[in-house]
Design a protein around this ligand. Sequence first.
Ligand code: MLT
Length: 247
Amino acid sequence: MKLFVYHTPELTPTGNVPECAIAVDVLRATTTMATVLAGGGEAVQVFSDLDQLMAVSEKWSVEKRLRAGERGGAKVPGFDLGNSPLDCTPELLQGRRLFISTTNGTRALQKIQDAKAVLAGAFVNRAAVVQYLLEKQPETVWIVGSGWEGSFSLEDTACAGAIVHSVLQQTNLSQDELAGNDEVFGAIALYSQWQDNLLGLFHHASHGKRLLRLNCHEDLKYCSQTDILDVLPIQQETGVLVSNKVK
Ligand code: MLT
């Protein structure tokens, strides 16, 4: 198994696909997706375009769908939800499909949608992601941070580091054996420095600060928790993620 970390979708190669690709948007899209599926949502369907989301979800009955739209950290008017994982309660989600479009996270998923296996990872479900990698042993794995409109996000690369760190701990592989690119070493170093204070890291992160300005303190706290959900969002058909519950 060789792991590659890419800080943003823009830095991710085009033209070839890995056996497994993991989109990471800690604040907050992939945290929200894991929460939705852990809470009994039927599936999560991702869109980069809000109008397309509306058109596709229109074919679903109101009882079976929820529409989530976020731009710039805020809820898009007319949508049921923004992108707060705390709004995704089991009572609301039970059996419903979440149709979601966010600024960066859904774009990251679209960038890797042709990989043989496509996963959504965050700190909340890091253990489930790692368990999948250890069980399936994909030859090549890309971990793709969502970043913010093309630029690096501290929290996504730290989460990539958390995934690699855990794989290293559970195998006999050295960093050199596991790492496919230099970014892997940077991601491990970042996570190692902040692993006991991820919330503190989020307070330094530009998107963390943006969310704090939007009074999303509780979201940051929730997203900073590691290994609390035993759920793995996995792509079932293009753009549709379902729960691959870890036994
Ligand atoms: C994104 O996709 O850029 C984020 O998830 C934004 C957010 O925090 O809602």
